[in-house]
Write a protein that binds this ligand. Structure first.
Ligand SMILES: [Zn+2]
Length: 109
């Protein structure tokens, strides 16, 4: 699939598959080498931690986001607010930006 014109940190995306399907969230981390993204509040996994007083860690269950494959999320266009695919455009000043294929709005500011 040649769909992934890359999602970047700070983008809002919608989840396409899995238990969080339909959820939207902000990308808080991109793992380019694994083609994965971490989305705020999405794909939470519970981790059991042991208390470690030296590092001031209380034992218990913490929830944290697990990475999702980049192909399982879809960009939400900040201009039209719809899930969309991204295109590329070169601006007059030579800057490459990502654009929304639906509204042609520039996604990168
Ligand atoms: Zn748009």
């Amino acid at each position: 699939m040649a769909t992934t014109l890359k999602v970047k940190k700070g983008d809002t995306v919608q989840v396409l598959t899995g238990k969080d399907r339909g959820k939207q969230g902000r990308v808080i981390k991109v793992l380019p080498e694994k083609n994965r993204v971490i989305v705020e509040g999405v794909n939470l996994i519970k981790r059991h931690t042991k208390p470690n007083p030296q590092r001031q860690i209380k034992g218990g269950v913490i929830e944290r986001e697990a990475p999702l494959h980049a192909s399982n999320v879809q960009m939400i266009c900040p201009e039209c607010g719809k899930p969309t695919r991204l295109g590329k455009k070169i601006l007059g000043d030579g800057r490459k930006v990502r654009i929304c294929r639906k509204c042609e709005g520039v996604v990168d500011k």
